[in-house]
Structures are given as C-alpha cells and as structure tokens.
Design a protein around this ligand. Structure first.
Ligand SMILES: Nc1ncnc2c1ncn2[C@@H]1O[C@H](COP(=O)(O)OP(=O)(O)O)[C@@H](O)[C@H]1O
Ligand SMILES: [Mg+2]
Length: 323
C-alpha cells in the first residue's frame, strides 16, 4: 500500500477522531467499513490502516466493485479453474481474494456489488473459504476486509438491495469521513499539503496562498471534497508563472459559489412547476427567517413582502420557529 497515517492531514476534531479510530482498529484483524462522500479519503484510509497493521508486508489488493462489469467481477474475485467457461484461460486464474492471502482486500464501492456476488462474498466471510468457478475444491484463505461506500447501506438493506447479513458482517467497525464542507479547518492545511506534493511532482517552489484566495477556497462547499481541492490547487499552480510563489485569486479556476449553507446543491422534487416553486419558496422563507433570528418584521422587509403575507405563507408551509 502506498500511503500511511503520516500522509493524512487532520486538523479538525472530526478528522482527528476518524484517524484515531482508524489507528486503533488497524492493530486488530477486524473488518472495517469506511463511509463518506466521494473524495473524502476512504481509499487513503484503507492504505493507512493496512500499513499500520501486522499485515503490512503482505499484499494490499484493491477492487472497485463498480468499475468491473458484473460478469467479470465474480471471476476476478474468486478465480476459476481451467476450462470453467468459454474464453477462460486453459490453466485457470487465481482470484483477487486468493492473491491477497495473508494481506488486506479493499472492496471499494461495496454498495454497487450485485446481489448474487454479495451472497457469494457473505459465504466467504462466514467460511473463510473460496470456491473458484468451475472447481470442486475449496481454498482456505486469510484476508482482512476493508470496505468503502458513499451509499446509504441501511436504506439499501430496507429496500432489498443489500443483504442484511453482509451488512452486519461489514459494519463491525464503521468509520465516518465527514465531507470537507463540515470541517473547514482542514482546508488550509490540505492546501499546503497539496502544494508540497505538487511542488515535487511539477518541480515548482510555490510557498503560500494569498488571504483573498484562501478566503475563496474556504467559503466554497467542495462537493467533490479533497479530490476536488487537489484539482483546484493543481490547476492554480499550472496557471502560475514559474517565478510566482504565492497562489492568488486570479490563479484559481472558477468555483461554483455556494448560495446558502442551508440548501447547497439542491435537487428539487420532480413534478408540477407550482409544487417546485412552492417548495423553493418555503425554503427561501425558512432560510430568511433563520438569518433574521425569526424576526417577522425584519424578514418581511428583506423579502419585500408584507408581514401579513409572510405570516400567511408561514402558515401555508407549516413553518414554525425552531429556536
Ligand atoms: N485527509 C487527507 N489528507 C491528505 N490527503 C487527502 C485526505 N483526504 C483525501 N486526500 C486525498 O484526496 C484524494 C481523494 O481521496 P480518496 O482516498 O481517493 O477518496 P475516496 O476514496 O473517498 O473517494 C486522494 O488524492 C487523497 O490522497
Ligand atoms: Mg475512492
């Protein structure tokens, strides 16, 4: 595995908690479930856990369950014996689980694993044995599983899209990696970390960031999390002249501004325009009320409507003070 805990930037208390949990579980053989939006560092954590475990000299095998077509995923994971199916290699093929014997397997995007394979994986977790496709023999293997997902597995279980027993097997030790917008203290240290990394890669000597540029990056919402931050810093550095040492606002690529903390990246319900507009209107009113500390007079002035209209709409949408 490429990364260790030294490569993880964690300034916020939320991230420090995640790191200390990961360090503790690394020393045990327990299955780990990493949860978090895309780009929050799940893969990085998987590497770090493996590298801090007593399996660190053994293989780390990474499998992205959504990138491999369903038909191939099974033979990739479990392997097959010679002549198992048309197109199979004559000598057969070892599966990735077997390749990882005594090491760690990282099952990325586990929520995308098809049900059939989920049950085969579950059988493996229960028996610690795999049965290569077309074979009659089972093979005992010793691996540590680290799984990752950005999907709501609980909801998937309820809807019958994820096997409950597999869920319980995987959810022994969940670690939540919070989105970057909820731990803004990490943004500045991550920028410096990324600058150093890219200085080495590009042979540059970028040293800092202007207050103005930093302000723009900290007020942004980062839907793509740390991955997106790395891309933005990389693009800024490409925009800089070779003799410039400080990232300034003019170097930054355009960022989609976050309108309001209360409903970023909203996708509105489908349906009639009237309903969609009503939904939006009720959110605008709620946000404005909160901003004005539930002062109806002030809020109605800001929205340029009469207090009577505001009261009417609050009643219509069932908006009540929630202080
Ligand atoms: N806390 C962190 N400290 C340093 N780099 C990070 C951190 N979190 C994420 N990264 C970097 O951001 C990028 C995306 O992380 P990754 O682990 O691939 O996220 P995920 O698997 O959750 O999509 C990688 O280049 C990773 O090294
Ligand atoms: Mg990933």
């Amino acid at each position: 595995a490429k990364y260790s805990f030294d490569d993880i930037v964690a300034e916020s208390s939320k991230m420090k908690i995640a790191v200390s949990q990961a360090m503790k579980v690394a020393k045990t053989p327990a299955t780990v479930l990493l949860r978090g939006e895309s780009g929050t560092g799940k893969e990085l954590f998987a590497h770090a856990i493996h590298n801090a475990s007593d399996r660190k000299h053994n293989p780390f095998v990474s499998v992205n369950c959504s990138a491999i077509p369903e038909s191939i995923l099974e033979s990739e994971l479990f392997g097959y014996v010679g002549g198992a199916f048309t197109g199979a290699k004559r000598e057969g093929k070892k599966g990735l689980l077997e390749e990882a014997h005594r090491g760690t397997v990282f099952l990325d995007e586990i929520g995308k694993m098809p049900l059939i394979l989920q049950s085969k994986l579950l059988r493996f977790l229960e028996s610690k044995e795999i049965a290569p496709i077309g074979g009659t023999r089972t093979i005992k293997i010793d691996i540590r599983i680290i799984a990752a997902t950005n999907m709501n597995l609980e909801k998937m279980v309820q809807q019958g899209d994820f096997l409950p027993d597999l869920y319980f097997r995987l959810n022994v030790f969940p670690i939540f990696l919070p989105p970057l917008r909820n731990r803004k203290e990490d943004i500045a240290p991550l920028i410096h970390h990324t600058m150093k990394k890219l200085n080495q890669e590009y042979g540059r000597i970028v040293q800092g960031i202007s207050p103005d540029a930093l302000h723009r990056l900290t007020s942004y919402d980062w839907p793509g999390n740390v991955r997106e931050l790395e891309n933005v810093i990389g693009r800024a550095m490409i925009n800089m002249n070779i003799d410039e040492k400080v990232i300034e606002a003019k170097h930054l690529p355009p960022l989609i501004p976050s309108e309001s903390e209360d409903f970023p990246h909203e996708t509105f319900t489908r349906g009639s325009l009237k309903n969609i507009v009503s939904e939006y209107e009720s959110k605008v009113i709620l946000t404005a009320l909160k901003r004005n500390n539930w002062d109806v007079q002030k809020t109605s002035q800001e929205l340029n409507i009469s207090p009577r209209t505001l009261y009417y709409k609050m009643k219509l949408y069932g908006i009540k003070a929630t202080r």
